[in-house]
Design a binder for this molecule. Structure first.
Ligand code: NAD
Length: 322
C-alpha cells in the first residue's frame, strides 16, 4: 500500500486543498514526491518552500499528469474541473494518463463529473476517475477530520487505495455506491442541512418573539421531535451553544456563498432525476439573497438567522445581562 503513492499530484491549493496537501506532505512515506499546481502561483511557491525536496512545482495540470501516478483535484466549480481535466492543451487528459488514479474532491454538479469520467473511460480505459467530495469545512481540513464520500462501490478494486489516501487527510470514508454518487450524497446532505438551518432560524425566531429564552427552546428541540445537529452544535442563534459559529459572530464555518452554490447544485440534480422538492426554490432564493447581503456575505451559512431578522442581542433583553 505504501508503495502506491510514490508520486502524487495535487491541483487546487485553496482554503481546503492546501491543508489537505499539508497532511499528505506530512504523512506519506519519506520517499513519496508530490507535484502541485494552482493557477495562483504564489500559493504553489509557498507550499514548495514549506516542504523542500518533498513538494515540487508543476506548470500546468498536464505537467502534473506527466510526473505522477495519482492526482487529487480540489477546485471550486464544474467549469474548473472541466478545465483541469479536459483543456486540450493544458489539461490532465491532454497527455497519456493510462493506468493513473484520478480523484476529484471538488463539490460540483454530477453531470460534469460524469462527463469527465466518461471522457476518461473512452480515451484512457485503464485510467480510473472518481468523485470524492468532502465535508467538514476548512477547520476539519486543517485538523484532518473531514469526511470523504467516495463515488464507488465498496467492492471497487481501488477502494482500498482510495480509503488509504483519504485516511491521511480525513476520518470517515464512505463508499457511496458508484460513479457520481459521492457527489449525489454530498449535495443531498447539504440540501437537508441548508433547509434545516432556515427552519431552525424561523422556529427559534417565532419562539423568541413569543417570549421564550432560546436556551429553553434548544432544550425543548433536543428533547422533542425537532432534535437536529444544526439546533444543537451549529445553533443559528448566538450564545446558545458556545462553540457554534454564530457565537463567534458567524466567522468560522461554512460560507453562505458555498451553501448557496451547493443548494443550487442539489436543486439541479433533483430536477435532473425528477425529484420534487417544494422547499427548494424558496431555500435557494433565501441563500442567494443572504449571500448578496453585506451583513451576511462571507460568514457562516447559519447567518441566515440574521438575514431573516432574528434577534442576536437576546441576552441583554431577556436577562438584563449582555
Ligand atoms: P478556494 O476557492 O479556496 O480554492 C480553490 C483553489 O482552486 C484556488 O486556490 C484556485 O486558485 C484554484 N483553482 C481554480 N481553478 C483552477 C484551475 N483551473 N487549475 C488549478 N487551480 C485552480 O475553494 P475551497 O474552499 O478550497 O473549495 C474547493 C472545493 O471544495 C469547492 O468545490 C467547495 O465547494 C468544496 N468544499 C469547500 C468547503 C469549505 O468549507 N471551504 C467544504 C467542503 C467542500
Amino acid at each position: 500500500m505504501k508503495d502506491d503513492f510514490k508520486t502524487l499530484g495535487f491541483i487546487g491549493l485553496g482554503a481546503m486543498g492546501r491543508p489537505m496537501l499539508v497532511h499528505l506532505a506530512n504523512k506519506l512515506p519519506a520517499e513519496s514526491q508530490i507535484y502541485v499546481f494552482d493557477v495562483v502561483e504564489k500559493v504553489v511557491d509557498e507550499v514548495c518552500a514549506e516542504f523542500p525536496n518533498r513538494v515540487f512545482k508543476g506548470s500546468s495540470a498536464r505537467d502534473i499528469a506527466q510526473q505522477v501516478e495519482t492526482i487529487v483535484t480540489m477546485v471550486p466549480e464544474g467549469s474548473h474541473v472541466r478545465s483541469v481535466y479536459l483543456d486540450p492543451e493544458k489539461g490532465v487528459c491532454s497527455t497519456d494518463i493510462s493506468n493513473k488514479l484520478l480523484i476529484d474532491c471538488s463539490t460540483i454538479d454530477t453531470a460534469t463529473s460524469l462527463a469527465v469520467k466518461d471522457h476518461i473511460a473512452e480515451t484512457f480505459p485503464s485510467a480510473s476517475f472518481y468523485d470524492s467530495p468532502v465535508s467538514g469545512g476548512v477547520v476539519g481540513a486543517i485538523k484532518g477530520t473531514i469526511a470523504f464520500f467516495l463515488g464507488c462501490a465498496e467492492t471497487d478494486p481501488n477502494v482500498e487505495r482510495l480509503t488509504h489516501l483519504a485516511s491521511l487527510m480525513g476520518k470517515q470514508i464512505i463508499p457511496c455506491g458508484g460513479p457520481s454518487l459521492g457527489l449525489a450524497a454530498k449535495l443531498s446532505n447539504n440540501y437537508l442541512s441548508g433547509v434545516i438551518a432556515i427552519a431552525c432560524s424561523e422556529a427559534f425566531d417565532m419562539g423568541m418573539r413569543s417570549g421564550l429564552d432560546p436556551r429553553t427552546l434548544a432544550k425543548v428541540y433536543a428533547a422533542g421531535t425537532a432534535q437536529n445537529t444544526i439546533a444543537d452544535r451549529f445553533c443559528p442563534v448566538p450564545h446558545v451553544y458556545p462553540e457554534a459559529p454564530s457565537t463567534g459572530g458567524y466567522k468560522q464555518g461554512f460560507k453562505v456563498q458555498l451553501m448557496k452554490k451547493d443548494f443550487g447544485l442539489a436543486l439541479d440534480m433533483a430536477k435532473r432525476v425528477g425529484s420534487q422538492n417544494v422547499l427548494g426554490e424558496v431555500g435557494l432564493a433565501t441563500y442567494d439573497a443572504a449571500s448578496k447581503d453585506p451583513r451576511c456575505r462571507d460568514l457562516d451559512s447559519r447567518v441566515v438567522y440574521r438575514y431573516l431578522g432574528g434577534d442576536e442581542d437576546w441576552q441583554s433583553k431577556m436577562n438584563g445581562t449582555s
